[in-house]
Design a binder for this molecule. Sequence first.
Ligand code: IMP
Length: 406
Amino acid sequence: MVVVSVVLGVQWGDEGKGKIIDVLSPQFDWIIRYSGGANAGHTIVVGDAKFIFHLIPSGILHKNTKVLLGPGMVIDPEQLLKELRQLEENNIDWHNRLFVSDRAHLVFPSYKKEDEKLEKKRKKSLGTTKRGIGIAYSRKMLRTGIRIADVDEKDLLSLQNKKDLRFLQEHVDFLKSISINHYSVLHGIEGKQSILFEGAQGVLLDSDYGCYPYVTSGPTSINGVDAIGFPSRDIDSILGVTKMYCTRVGVGPFPTEFAEQESDLLEFIQKKGNEKGSTTGRLRRCGHLDLVSLKYACKISGVTSLVLTHVDVLDTLEKIQICVGYERDNEFLEFPPSQFRQLNEVKPVLKSFDGWMSDCSGITNWNEIPTRLRELMDFIESYVQVPISIISVGAKRKQTVFKNAN
Ligand code: IMP
């Protein structure tokens, strides 16, 4: 029997999935990441140590958990080596616990340059991470990309440039040493398994369901799980991770972004929430929690329960505003339009709540949640129609509160 859960972001990425996956990992034999590449960034705090991962699932920090970089991912071997070094420097043995699907595609140095060039060429840039992600996914679709399984395929290699081929030669032995055909892991050939599928970025950056073209290139919704080759009907639970407010990096529509007159609030949240991209170092754009897009993201990906993160960041706010609808041309919209210009034009309908005005960062039990926060959570649950099962009140592992703690 295989027990499978999914953790995915239900905003524009950076929701705190890395910490949640780290906390849940001891319950799972395997963590399998299903999309994206080194564009993602997870910061994990363990005691005094801080780890930043772009490719490796944070489950690697638990010695009994194995991790797989899945077939839907695009892998930059140089970045992967850097992250393995980070583990070794902290005496974490990853051998026989970290694998890459041989169906995953590779990211070559020329892809990063091409990504950068394309950004310069656009009239209005997308604000990509310049990690070559869009190029790798487009090469995959053009069938000119290289998967780890095909590193010796001469016909395919003849389509690459010389520099990239040299790069491949430098990394080929390393890649072969960690690659596997992941079918046996998934379909129980090795016995009973519990597996967690890890999403990357957030549903609102999905190339089909996000606001195209201001999206990433990989699938970030539940559709990404298809790449793994596991039937979605057999998934037991899907956890959607959301912050108590919204952030976005890069360019693109952001209906609840703080207005100019809210610059104090922006500065406060950027500082207290440490809202700086761990991949690019860019300060994140911030805004009010947007229930319209949250409900949309949850519906699309079949989220069965919500994880609320960064709750403590709002501890001292007297009033908390939350978006409960969009207005455009005197029309009330209950879900985001497909066209980015239209989404740019929507005005958020904001509802004001009294803040709980107390320090949440030490809460360890669901019963200790302050009444006003509880009321706000009730409102979110009834709007989105998904129960909240976990709240995160700080970066540390112990600052995680479960509704049904054992
Ligand atoms: P790309 O994925 O580098 O092509 O960038 C496309 C868009 O997705 C840009 O707006 C990026 O800022 C955004 N993006 C990519 N990865 C992440 C992430 O992990 N968190 C938040 N935004 C991301």
